[in-house]
Design a protein around this ligand. Sequence first.
Ligand SMILES: Cc1cc2nc3c(=O)[nH]c(=O)nc-3n(C[C@H](O)[C@H](O)[C@H](O)COP(=O)(O)OP(=O)(O)OC[C@H]3O[C@@H](n4cnc5c(N)ncnc54)[C@H](O)[C@@H]3O)c2cc1C
Length: 398
Amino acid sequence: MDLDLSATDSFRAEVRSWLRSNVPATPLPSLETEAGFAAHRSWERSLSEARLSVVTWPSEYGGRDASPLEWLVFEEEYYAAGAPGRVSQNGINLLAPTLFLHGTNSQRSRFLPPMASGEMIWAQAWSEPGAGSDLASLRSSASRTDGGWLLNGQKTWSSRAAFADWGFGPFRSDPSAQRHRGLTYFTFPLDAKGITRRPIGRLDGKPAFAELFFDDVFVPDSDVIGSPGDGWRVAMATTGNERGLQLRSPGRFTAAADRLVSLWQSHGSASDTAMRDRVADAWIKAHAYRLKGFETISRPGDVGAESSVNKVFWSELDVALHETALDLLGPDGELASLDGPDGEWLEGYVFSLAGPIYAGTNEIQRNVIAERILGLPKSSGGRPAQTPRDKNSLAGGR
Ligand SMILES: Cc1cc2nc3c(=O)[nH]c(=O)nc-3n(C[C@H](O)[C@H](O)[C@H](O)COP(=O)(O)OP(=O)(O)OC[C@H]3O[C@@H](n4cnc5c(N)ncnc54)[C@H](O)[C@@H]3O)c2cc1C
C-alpha cells in the first residue's frame, strides 16, 4: 500500500479552512431534542451549500465525486474540528449506499438531493419488539393493495424517528415464505396516515428513539427498494455499511484519541504508568483503525463479513477510550454539569456503552466472524460450517 496522502492535500486544506470558518463556536443543542434537531438540520444545509455534506456522491445528487480516500480525509478533518454530529447519518451512510446499489434512477433523483441538503432526514425502522438480533424473524407485514402495499405492525428503537421525516425498513410481504425469504424493503414518510410515533427516552431522558406503529399505511410501488421479496438482500447491503467504515469512520476515533492525549497531558501523572499505557493503547488502536481504513478502501469489492471485525473493534475501542478519560478526570468526570470540553466525556461514555449493541450486537458480530471468516462450526447441533458466501443463512446480525 502506498501511504502517500499528498494528493489529498488541497482537498484537506479546503475542508479544514471551511470548517475553521463555519463550525459553530458554541456546540449546538443536542440533536436528540426538537430544537437541537432543527439546528443540526440547518447545519446540514450549510455543509451541503459548501458541497461538503456527501463528498463522494456524484455531483448530480449534491456530492463532488470525491474518492473514498478524500472521504476519509474529510472525516478526519470533520471530527478534529469538533463539528456537529450528523443528524442525517442514517440517510447518507445507510440508506444512500443501498439506493446506489438497489434503488431506481427515479428513487435516487427523488431521495438523494434532499437527503444531501438535510431537507429529508431518515430513520432506520428495522428492529421490532421480538426481532432485534434475529431480524429475519420480523413480523410487521406488508399486504398487496391497488397500486402498492399496506403496512401493519410495530418497529422500535428507531433512532431519531421522533423528529425525522422518512423511514426505511423491511416488512414481511409473504407470510408463507420462510424467514428472510418473504421480506420487502420499504420507504415511507413518517407523517403518513396510519403511522403513530411514540418517542422513547434515552438514559439521559432525551427522546433519541421512537417506537413506530403502522396501521394500514399505504406505500406506493414506487417507494419499494429492490424487488418485492428481495428485502433481505437489500437489507444486507445496508448492514455492510452500518458495520463497516461508513457509520463510524476512523476520523471519529483518531480525534477522540488526540483529545484523550491532551487530557492526559493536563490531568495525568507521570508516575501512573498503568494510566499512561491505557492512553497510549487507545491512541495506537485509533491509529491502527485509521490504517485499516486505508487498507479497506484500497481493496476492490465488498468488505463482506469483515465489516463485523470493524464493528467489534471500533465499539470496544470507544468504550475503553471513554472509560480512560473518565478515570483521568476522577470523580469530577461524573458531573453532567462539568463545563467545557471535559464535560463531553461523560455523555460520550454513556453513548459509547450502546456501541456494542447498535448496528448488530457484538455477540452476533462474533458469531459472524467465527462462522463466516474463521469457518468455525456453528455451536448448536454439529451442523457443517457456513461458507463465507452463505449470506442468506446468517441468523440475524444487525
Ligand atoms: C443506541 C441504539 C440505537 C439504535 N438504533 C436503531 C435504529 O435506528 N433502528 C433500528 O431498527 N434499531 C436500532 N437499535 C436497535 C438495535 O439494532 C438492537 O437493540 C440490536 O439489534 C439488538 O436487538 P435486541 O435489542 O432486540 O436484543 P436481542 O436480540 O434480544 O439480544 C439480547 C442479547 O442476546 C444476545 N444474543 C441474541 N442472539 C444471540 C445469538 N444468536 N448468539 C449470541 N448472543 C445472542 C445479544 O447479543 C444481546 O446481548 C438501536 C439500539 C441502540 C442501543
